[in-house]
Design a protein around this ligand. Structure first.
Ligand code: ADP
Length: 359
């Protein structure tokens, strides 16, 4: 038995012509940090709304701690939501904002005080408890929203893009704080984002949604290295994975129209025919030893990122990227010898676009 279970969960809004969520099935274990990742409109907020009880479930069940919560009032669901807009009361101090929910539930003053101070200590908010939101930074306001969720002692934290209003530096530190907080409290967390970098860096497990359907569930490592279909492969990773039509013959392979290589031994289990191949930019390699097989590409654009550099390569009108680490003196217009790490390739069915090696 898992802690939270989604059993064939579907949602169709009134008057909508399609399902916002369709046949969602997955489980969350106690203490897990789950990231729901997908593009805008994929159904992420709908899923959170169904868990909170803000929206009715059309079909299926949600169970928490082995209890179906479909018909439980939102306020009795024991989940705490942290929104992207912090939703703080401007006329209340940080202390009063954190204490607000407990006060409404008529907790006694001493209990409120202990809990607010406990949360403020963990989130390093002790100095600003007397300040009003307008005098605090975005990061502090988001931490107040987190503290307010913490003092409810929920069964589960729900976070809806909590970093999206912060600048890059604050995003990084608040993302670390949220992970540290999770490690400290070991609270089950469902975190929604459209940002794949956030998802890869924060999640124990990622659930990828598109058009209301689950595309893949897995660890960041599994999702990056073994994407279950072309959608996941292209949604995860920057620069975007290089995708080519692939033709496999008895003793050679053809990528796109014109990149021809001897058939790699890794492809021996594949029937002759058409596929799609995905190769990440770090699996495009520069060949220095001319005994190896290579093609001669031309560097069209260079993106220097500090520890790594992305080279945009063109070969017979086919474009792809190659990632290099460390120092090199390659310039735009240079010709470089390129090969591929075919043992890291993902191969997709040409029609279903599913990874033919995932089950
Ligand atoms: P996300 O959070 O991933 O951006 P949403 O859950 O907001 O996606 O939306 C999923 C789908 O449901 C979209 O097609 C959206 O237009 C639709 N939708 C969301 N809320 C409503 C609503 N209240 N009424 C009708 N359709 C809605």
């Amino acid at each position: 038995m898992s802690y939270i279970e989604f059993d064939n969960l579907s949602k169709k809004y009134k008057n909508a012509d399609r399902y916002a969520l369709k046949n969602i099935n997955f489980n969350i274990e106690k203490g897990e940090f789950i990231v729901i990742l997908g593009p805008s409109g994929s159904g992420k907020s709908t899923l959170l709304d169904l868990i909170c009880g803000f929206e009715d479930i059309t079909e299926g069940k949600i169970k928490v701690d082995n209890k179906v919560i479909n018909d439980i009032e939102p306020k009795s669901r024991d989940v705490s939501m942290v929104f992207q807009s912090y939703a703080l009361y401007p006329h209340l101090t940080a202390y009063e904002n954190i204490a607000f929910g407990m006060k409404i539930r008529k907790a006694n003053k001493k209990e409120i005080d202990e809990k607010v101070k406990w949360a403020a200590k963990i989130l390093k908010l002790e100095e600003c408890l007397k300040s009003k939101p307008k005098n605090l930074s975005g990061g502090q306001r988001q931490r107040i929203a987190l503290a307010r969720a913490m003092v409810r002692n929920p069964k589960c934290f729900l976070m809806d893009e909590p970093l999206s209003n912060l600048d890059a530096k604050l995003r990084n530190s608040t993302s670390n704080e949220i992970r540290n907080l999770h490690n400290e409290l070991n609270a089950t967390t469902i975190y929604v984002t459209h940002d794949q970098v956030e998802a890869l860096s924060m999640a124990d497990k990622i659930v990828i949604l598109n058009n209301g359907e689950i595309q893949q569930i897995g660890s960041p490592f599994e999702i990056y290295n073994n994407p279950s279909n072309v959608f996941v492969a292209t949604f995860i990773g920057r620069p975007q994975i290089n995708l080519f039509d692939l033709f496999i013959d008895d003793d050679y392979i053809l990528l796109g129209e014109s990149i021809k290589f001897n058939k790699p031994k890794e492809f021996n289990d594949l029937n002759k025919g058409k596929y799609i191949i995905g190769l990440r930019s770090e699996d495009t390699i520069k060949v220095d030893n001319s005994n190896e097989e290579y093609i001669e590409g031309i560097v069209e654009k260079i993106e220097y990122l500090g520890s790594e550099t992305i080279f945009y390569i063109i070969y017979n009108e086919m474009k792809f990227t190659f990632k290099d680490y460390g120092v090199n003196n390659i310039k735009i217009g240079d010709k470089i010898n390129i090969s591929f790490n075919f043992n890291k390739a993902n191969i997709f069915d040409i029609l279903t676009r599913q990874n033919i090696r995932s089950n």
